[in-house]
Each structure stands twice: as structure tokens, then as C-alpha cells.
Design a protein around this ligand. Structure first.
Ligand code: ADP
Ligand code: MG
Length: 682
């Protein structure tokens, strides 16, 4: 009797070569195989009569082979196998491309269940490279629900099925279930062993649904338990107590060039409260692009300095770090606080000076990129840490920055406009402040989705906006080698310059040296250029209020939320701003998606539409930034379950913070968060 810890080498048919391939999928033991879930299922139980097939799609057909499979050789070494199958309703041609074995498997007069894609060519139909299973006489239902596993070259679904079968056989009868029985009963969930069997060997579609629901609940429940414990543990740690601020007399408010919004005030008050409590703060400030997160961070920096500590402000790109330094330094200097910039592209002398100031404490606020977490950086007394656009950093990077001080207060900021409920769970170890208000006087960005036929008019519109004193961003998607019909930023800049010879065009892309990037960005901000053609390096945070037109090329290639982020680069000043998306002529889906952005400027609404359009995503397996990898749950599609899981986790931990009464649950939570360290980097 094999055990789950045994190597898959003991499975019949798995030699050293296959084992090496399985290893690529991180499958070494039977347990690994058991925990590798199908990414999808093919429902071959629904048999479609051949006559009913009228459009492209995957079908299961129960049919008899009518003609001898014929192999023809096309081009070098390639083969094509053709035959015809029929059922009571009609007949259908079948082809196999480059699979000569297929011919050997099929026999004239024999009935099979075929499963595969039907391609329509006008009225002509063709079943392409279907899987086939012989129909066994007297078997009631020959079709099956077939799991589809992630594969690697050289491994087949059959290989995967073989090892998972062996793994299921090795599951002991008293398999421990991490989910407490009360919860299984309350949510009507199958137990662990049954669920695993149904995941790998489903009898019906309902089986899969139930099993999956259970695995999702389990995963989210473990996640919530772990996050909750993390949060409690942090709360129990001693933090630095910053000065308790009297908001009405705090000079910070006087140094702002504008009236803060109510939402900004609330967030800043939250922060001051956290930092004075004597416990380390772990707070997320979540706000749509342009909601004004930067000054919230500035408030924390000011508070730290006032309390005699240093603050570190980490941004994901050099451009953004430089820009933050430029806006914050003059502001904080009014309060007598010194700021220092530290980025990787500074020259040796600059770096040395910055490092010395950081170490002596002369630099009270340090703004930089991930250069801040390098070993050579030593702080005199780091009391607060800010990570801007936190989804760009992994847990590990945030932790590395924190470790430069003794449990400093941590503020992370994100513009990823996800619904609050979701944020609470994804960032379950953090407290959350939401900036749900944009600064007053902003006019919504007028947004249009257009096709190639509008090219000339848009070019004229660009010219007109510049003529009126505005500036223009043009964003191109990243072009991978070999992709046709897409323009690279460089090429597009050349073309635009040709079309508008009297305008000043600059280009910015990821492969440029950072010093050069920064120079271009600063020159654009200083209005030395009219048009900035860029890749999405400008997606996050860049703030040039005079820019009032954003044009996105091939916008159908971007996610809705990403387009919304890009649009957030304009509409920052008082000038009426515009956003134009090319790509509306790339089919109906593209047009409909882009229309959503034309209709609303609200990032939360865009996110909701984006989430619902993207659908449940990959059936299994998706990774969240900086969280333990989720193998089963989809935090978007499974939102309702996630809420229940969170509530239940809170309840259980309230009664039993260490989970002493739940050894299996405790062990599994531990394992999940151990994995976290090596998987957290993105
Ligand atoms: P975010 O980082 O949330 O996208 P920023 O902090 O970059 O937004 O702020 C966007 C712009 O709005 C900046 O030019 C900033 O100076 C300005 N701003 C921020 N808060 C206010 C406010 N309360 N009133 C007016 N302008 C503001
Ligand atoms: Mg920002």
C-alpha cells in the first residue's frame, strides 16, 4: 500500500524521464499529485446530435466511424488523417493534424464518444483532433466529466490521470479534515477525502461544483485564519508611540497648497491615531487615481519627523520616486523637515552623500525606489515606512524595508480600485482607509473609443490641444518580438513627429536608462515637450497637471482597470481633459469593453465591470500579489464564500486564538504561510 509521501516513481509507467517532467510541475510525491488540481473540466456527458451542431465550439458526439481513416502527407513530415463519422442525425468529417496514431485507434463500424472542437467554414463543419473513447456495449452513459490538468511538454493528460489515480488510492480512510465539522455542516460541504476524490474523479457536474466549493472555502478559510493571526500578532507587538497630534493646531495642514478633502482628513486622522497607540500601524490607504494619496503619506512623514523618527517612502519606479521627492520636499521643508532622494541611478558621490545623511539621521524623510531596501542602507532611527502603489511590491519587499527599523509603522497605498469587501480580505492583515472622494473642481475626463478611421481627426485633435497650451500622452502597448500590426512606442513617436513636424515629441520606454527616463519625464513636466509617447511605464502615479489629453493605442490590449489608471494621468489640472482609446474597431467585445470607460470615470465602477467581464478567470489557480498563492479560489468569483470564510475565521480565532483545539487546521495554516515566503515575490 503506497503512502502519500512516496515518490511518484513507484507509479507504474513513471520512469525517470517522466518523473523529471512531473518535477517541472512541482509534482514529486503522491501528495503533490493529489494537490495538483485540474484547471478545467471537459463535460463529455452532454452528447450533441451531429445535426444540431451549427457553430464553432467544443462538443461531445456519439458516433460510428463510417469511412476508413485516410492518412495523407502534407508538407515536410506533416500528416493529415481524415475520416467521416455519423450518428442517427447526420455525418461529420473528422481530421487529425500531425497525429498518425489517431488513424490506428479508430475502426470502421465502431462507435465512440468523440470530444473536440468543431470548426465551421461557411456551412461546412469539421471536427478537429477529437479525443475518442470506445463505447462499451451496455454501459449506461459512456460520456464522462474529464479533468484537464495543467501540463508540460512531454506529459499527457493520461500521465496525469495515472498519478492522481495512484494518489487517490493512497489516501487513508482517516484522512484528517482541516475544516471543523460544524462548518462543513453549516455550509453543506463534503469532507476532505470525498472532495478530493470528486475533484480528480468526478461522477457528475454537480460533484465538481460541490467539491470545488469545499476546496475554495477551505483555502479561503485557511487564508483568513492565517491573516487574522498575523494581524493579532502584530497588534500584540510593541510599536513606537508617535506624538499625539492635536489636529486643529497641527502645522502640517498649513503647508498644503490646497484644502484637503474630507476623505484625506479622515485617512490622516486614522494614521495619527494608529501611530500614537503604542502598537505598530499596518494600514492600507486605498483610493482611486487622483484621489490624493501622496499627501496622506506626507502627513505620516511629517508626523514621524515631529516625533523624532525617520520616515522612508518607497515608490515602484524611479520616475515616481523623483516626482514624489519633487512635490514633497518643498512642502515638508516648510515645516523644517529635510528630505533625501535615494535611487539606483544616482551616481556614486550622490549615493554616498544620501547614505551618510540617512545613517546620521540628517535625512528625516527618505524617498526612493527599492534601492531603499538594499543592504548598504542603514537608518539612524526609522519610525515609519510607506510603500506607494503597494501591489507592485511583494510582502517580502515591504518586510525588508520594515526590518530597517524596529517595528516601524507601515503605510501602504494602492490605487487598484477593488471593492472594499475584497480589499478587506485580500489585505486582511491590514487596516484600511478608503479615499472615496476626489479633490473638488475636477472635471471628469471626456472619454472616447475610436477606430482607425478616426486617425486623421485624432491627430488634428492632438495638434489643437497643444495649440491651446495642453500636453499629450500617447501610450502604446509593449510589443513583443514577432507581433505584427502593433506599433512600438519608438515607431509611433517617429510617425507622430512626421505628422506633426512643428510639435515636440519625446519617447519613453522601459528599456531606456533610468537617468534618461527621468530626464525625459522632467522635461515633459517642464513643458519642454508637447507629446510624450510612452509604454505603460507612465501607468502608475505620474503627475503632470498640464497634460490634458491621453491617447491609448491598441487599447483593446489592456485591462479595463489598467486603462482607467492610464486615464488617471490626465484630468489632474483645471483644463478640460480628454482620453481617446484606439481599438474600438477590433470587434464587438473590444468595443463594448471600451464603452464602459466612456460611460464612467469612477474607478470602483470600472473595477466592478472589469471583474464581472473577466469572469471567473482561470478555473483553478491564480496568484495574488504578496499573498500566499491561492491554488483553487478565485478571490473575484468566490467573493461571497470569501466573506463567510472570513467571518467564520474570526469567530473561531476569537474563541481559540492559537487554534489549539484544531490541530489539523493549525498545521495547514502554518504550511500555507510557510509557502508564502518563497512564493511571495512577484
Ligand atoms: P494619487 O496618488 O492618489 O493618484 P496624487 O496624490 O498624485 O493622487 O494627487 C493627484 C493630484 O491632485 C496632485 O496634483 C495633487 O497635488 C492634487 N491634490 C491632492 N489632493 C488635493 C486636494 N485636496 N485639493 C486639490 N488638489 C489636490
Ligand atoms: Mg500616487
Amino acid at each position: 500500500m503506497p503512502a502519500l509521501e512516496d515518490s511518484i516513481r513507484f507509479v507504474k509507467g513513471v520512469g525517470p524521464k517522466k518523473a523529471a517532467l512531473f518535477e517541472k510541475l512541482h509534482i514529486r510525491t503522491l501528495r503533490d499529485a493529489l494537490e495538483t488540481y485540474p484547471r478545467d473540466y471537459e463535460d463529455r456527458t452532454k452528447i450533441t446530435p451531429i445535426a444540431d451542431i451549427a457553430e464553432d465550439g467544443k462538443y461531445a458526439v456519439r458516433a460510428v466511424v463510417g469511412t476508413e481513416p485516410k492518412t495523407t502527407h502534407i508538407r515536410k513530415g506533416m500528416t493529415l488523417v481524415k475520416c467521416t463519422i455519423f450518428d442517427e442525425s447526420g455525418s461529420l468529417p473528422v481530421t487529425y493534424f500531425n497525429n498518425p496514431y489517431a488513424a490506428a485507434l479508430l475502426h470502421v463500424g465502431q462507435e465512440y464518444v468523440f470530444y473536440g472542437r468543431v470548426q465551421m467554414n461557411g456551412h461546412a463543419r469539421m471536427l478537429v483532433s477529437p479525443q475518442s473513447e470506445k463505447v462499451v456495449p451496455d454501459a449506461e452513459h459512456p460520456g464522462r466529466i474529464v479533468p484537464v490538468y495543467p501540463l508540460t511538454a512531454g506529459l499527457s493528460q493520461r500521465d496525469m490521470a495515472r498519478v492522481t489515480e495512484a494518489a487517490l488510492d493512497a489516501v487513508p480512510g482517516d484522512w484528517p479534515d482541516p475544516l471543523p465539522e460544524v462548518l462543513r455542516a453549516r455550509y453543506n460541504l463534503p469532507d476532505a477525502a470525498d472532495a478530493l476524490a470528486a475533484i480528480h474523479r468526478p461522477q457528475s457536474a454537480q460533484d465538481v461544483t460541490d467539491a470545488r466549493r469545499r476546496m475554495v472555502f477551505e483555502e479561503l478559510f485557511l487564508l483568513c485564519c492565517g491573516l487574522q493571526q498575523l494581524k493579532e500578532r502584530r497588534k500584540a507587538e510593541n510599536g513606537i508611540a508617535f506624538e499625539r497630534i492635536s489636529q486643529s493646531t497641527w502645522d502640517f495642514w498649513d503647508c498644503l497648497p490646497f484644502m484637503p478633502t474630507k476623505a484625506q482628513i479622515r485617512a490622516i486622522e486614522d494614521i495619527c491615531e494608529d501611530c500614537a497607540s503604542g502598537r505598530p500601524m499596518n494600514r492600507l490607504v486605498q483610493g482611486d487615481v487622483g484621489s490624493g494619496k501622496t499627501i496622506v503619506a506626507a502627513a505620516l512623514c511629517a508626523l514621524a519627523a515631529k516625533s523624532g523618527f525617520q520616515a522612508a517612502f518607497m515608490a515602484p519606479t524611479e520616475i515616481l520616486a523623483a516626482q514624489h521627492a519633487e512635490t514633497l520636499a518643498p512642502l515638508l521643508e516648510k515645516l523644517g523637515i529635510t528630505c533625501t532622494l535615494l535611487t539606483g541611478s544616482m551616481n556614486a558621490a550622490q549615493k554616498r552623500a544620501a547614505l551618510a545623511a540617512i545613517e546620521s539621521g540628517a535625512a528625516q524623510v527618505v524617498i526612493g525606489t527599492h534601492a531603499l531596501i538594499q543592504q548598504s542602507v542603514t537608518f539612524h532611527q526609522l519610525g515609519a515606512v510607506v510603500a506607494d502603489e503597494q501591489h507592485r511590491f511583494g510582502v517580502a519587499q515591504r518586510a525588508a524595508l520594515s526590518s530597517k527599523g524596529q517595528t516601524p509603522h507601515v503605510l501602504v497605498m494602492s490605487a487598484t480600485p477593488i471593492p472594499r469587501t475584497l480589499a478587506l480580505i485580500l489585505y486582511g492583515d491590514l487596516d484600511v482607509s478608503v479615499l472615496d472622494e476626489v479633490p473638488p473642481g475636477r472635471q471628469p475626463v471626456e472619454t472616447y473609443a475610436v477606430g482607425e478611421n478616426m486617425r486623421k481627426r485624432i491627430t488634428a485633435f492632438i495638434d489643437k490641444q497643444i495649440g491651446q497650451g495642453g500636453q499629450v500622452y500617447v501610450v502604446c502597448p509593449l510589443v513583443e518580438e514577432g507581433e505584427m500590426n502593433l506599433k512600438s512606442a519608438e515607431q509611433h513617436a517617429v510617425d507622430l513627429q512626421k505628422a506633426l513636424p512643428h510639435r515636440r515629441v519625446a519617447v519613453l520606454h522601459g528599456r531606456m536608462k533610468s537617468a534618461e527616463k527621468e530626464r525625459v519625464m522632467q522635461a515633459f513636466a517642464a513643458q519642454e515637450y508637447d507629446i510624450l509617447v510612452a509604454t505603460t511605464v507612465i501607468e502608475v502615479g505620474v503627475d503632470v497637471p498640464n497634460a490634458n489629453l491621453m491617447v491609448v493605442e491598441d487599447a483593446d490590449r489592456f485591462g479595463l482597470s489598467q486603462l482607467h489608471q492610464l486615464r488617471g494621468r490626465v484630468g489632474r489640472g483645471t483644463r478640460q481633459s480628454y482620453c481617446i482609446f484606439f481599438g474600438a474597431d477590433k470587434g464587438q467585445t473590444a468595443r463594448e469593453r471600451l464603452k464602459i470607460l466612456c460611460k464612467t470615470n469612477d474607478g470602483f465602477e470600472v473595477a466592478r465591470a472589469d471583474l464581472s467581464q473577466r469572469g471567473p478567470g482561470d478555473f483553478f489557480g491564480r496568484r495574488q500579489h504578496g499573498l500566499p498563492a491561492l491554488h483553487v479560489a478565485d478571490p473575484i468569483a468566490d467573493l461571497a464564500l470569501m466573506q463567510s470564510a472570513r467571518e467564520e475565521a474570526e469567530q473561531i480565532l476569537q474563541a481559540d486564538p492559537q487554534l489549539e483545539g484544531y490541530p489539523e487546521l493549525r498545521a495547514r495554516v502554518h504550511r500555507m504561510f510557510e509557502e508564502r515566503d518563497d512564493e511571495a515575490f512577484n
